[in-house]
Design a protein around this ligand. Structure first.
Ligand code: NBP
Length: 480
């Protein structure tokens, strides 16, 4: 036994963390379910430090000094449970398993409890910074026992990023605390990316600036109080020109933002906790909405027209407010129906959407006259994707729109919070938009996480090698 730590799971994250550990002078045992990855790591990067390749879990565990420190970097979810189970059986009391994957904190709490009963320390640790961070210094958010941190902390602090000599790693708290904090980090990241993208969209649609000009504006902002990684990469994404078409890159990316789900977890947990994380929630929903092709297709015919974009004057009469309330209410109900439709598809429920409206017309708290109209709309068109696509509702909303905008604008100018009115209005504008800044979010995601994007002009998944000269584009779904 000669290795101070072992890494199992040698895809991008695990491989780079193993290299980071080795570059920092630790002897690192390496293991992967498919042995080819272990072999490739040692062949390509063996010169960077001391690696001990292990072909089997038994060899891997035997290579580790006691108490054993085992870093698991496999796919989050069931794979993590399988790997923990497999290795826990080979470990002894006092040994430590670190899960550096993106686990849900509730899973981490469950795993920690189960392993604690067997005398094994389980450290659920958030790792942020993507591939690049894993190699050169990530931000690390370990949970688990104080005792485990005494042993692991110095190693994790050493391989973490450092700012002003301080490591970007600290013991967050017991059991799931590390993964919880990582989850919130990702929620904030969603909000930050959405806000940046909305700023870009405003500069483009309202300010009339080109993507290249906006890149310059962001570069300027990055020299001031907004300085940040995300603002910096946004400037780079916006300045990039697509080699195939000569168009701004942001214009050839499909404006359907994707996600791996950690932002969604933040919102779900926030509802359980009663934490009002509305900016994060709006960001998560903005991504979801951008990718709902069938809703956007249904609502695009309602596309913004000049007349309903610029209100003639800012109004806030009783009639204006009535119209804003009505329109917002239709949106809220429509969102509810979308959710019921989604759940029906997910769980295989055969739900009559018109009947839901019918049974809510009386007796319940949301009983309302227009439920009969919702019932009728679904009866007339069984596959109805959304209420706003129905002619009469569409006409009513179009009529209400100038008042609705005026009310939200007036409230905003006067500092009167109207979170639901403005969220409903943004939902309407989102779904009927021809283009959304979700394309920029896809560019940001591809930049920092190689998460790939889809193009507007051809099929397939693509990745731009942002760090290479000329920023070549590769297709990723064909292995090319
Ligand atoms: P992936 O999430 O793509 O997972 C691939 C790894 O999991 C491979 O080593 C694979 O082994 C292994 N694996 C799977 Br899949 N099922 C397994 C099983 N049943 N038993 C054993 N091994 C199994 O890798 P990644 O992108 O490097 O991410 C690793 C973790 O880090 C994930 O939890 C991820 O969410 C998290 N994370 C990723 C990033 C990022 O930017 N990518 C950032 C921060 C955190 P194989 O080679 O044999 O298939």
């Amino acid at each position: 036994a000669s290795a101070q730590i072992g890494v199992t799971g040698l895809a991008v994250m695990g491989r780079n963390l193993a290299r980071n550990l080795a570059r920092n002078g630790y002897t690192v045992a390496v293991h992967n379910r498919t042995p080819a990855r272990t072999k490739a790591l040692v062949e390509e990067f063996g010169h960077e430090g001391a690696f001990v390749p292990a072909g089997t879990p038994q060899e891997f565990v035997a290579a580790l000094e006691r108490p054993r420190r085992l870093l698991v970097m496999v796919k989050a979810g069931a794979a993590t449970d399988e790997v923990i189970e497999e290795f826990a059986a080979l470990l002894e009391p006092g040994d430590m398993i670190v899960d550096g994957g993106n686990a849900h904190f509730a899973d981490t709490r469950r795993r920690e409890r189960a392993l604690r009963e067997r005398g094994i320390h389980f450290v659920g640790s958030g790792v942020s910074g993507g591939e690049e961070g894993a190699l050169n210094g990530p931000s690390i958010m370990p949970g688990g026992s104080a005792e485990s941190y005494r042993v692991l902390g110095p190693m994790l602090e050493r391989i973490s990023a450092h700012v002003d000599g301080e490591p970007c790693c600290t013991h967050i708290g017991t059991d799931g605390a590390g993964h919880f904090v990582k989850m919130v980090h990702n929620g904030i990241e969603y909000a930050d990316m959405q806000l940046i993208s909305e700023a870009y969209h405003l500069l483009r649609e309202v300010g009339g600036h080109s993507p290249a000009e906006i890149a310059g504006i962001f570069r300027g902002w990055n020299g001031g109080r907004l300085e940040s990684y995300l603002i910096g990469i946004t400037a780079e994404v916006l300045a990039h020109t697509d080699a195939a078409t000569g168009e701004p890159f942001v214009d050839i990316v499909r404006d359907a933002a994707e996600q791996k789900g950690t932002g969604r977890w933040t919102v779900q947990s926030a509802l359980d906790l009663g934490s009002p994380v509305t900016a994060i929630a709006q960001a998560a929903f903005a991504r979801v909405a951008s990718a709902r092709t069938e809703l956007r297709d249904a609502y695009r015919p309602l596309a913004a027209r000049r007349a309903d974009v610029v209100p003639h004057e800012l109004g806030h009469s009783v009639l204006d407010i009535e119209k804003a309330l009505y329109a917002s209410k239709v949106i809220a109900y429509d969102q509810g129906w979308t959710m019921i439709r989604d759940a029906a598809a997910e769980y295989g429920w055969d739900i009559d959407l018109g009947a839901v409206a019918r049974i809510w017309r009386g007796g319940c708290i949301i009983r309302a006259a227009f439920l009969d109209r919702i019932r009728a709309a679904h009866a007339a068109e069984p596959g109805l994707v959304g209420l706003l696509a129905e002619e009469r509702f569409a006409a009513e909303i179009a009529d209400a729109l100038p008042s609705w905008r005026s009310v939200v604008a007036t409230a905003t100018l006067r500092g009167v919070p109207v979170p639901a009115f403005s969220a409903a209005l943004a939902h309407y504008d989102t779904l009927r938009s021809e283009r959304l800044p979700a394309a920029l979010i896809q560019g940001q995601r591809d930049f920092f996480g190689a998460h790939t994007y889809r193009r507007t002009d051809r099929d397939g998944s693509y990745h731009t090698r942002w760090a290479e000269p000329g920023r070549p584009e590769v297709r990723t779904d064909t292995g090319a």
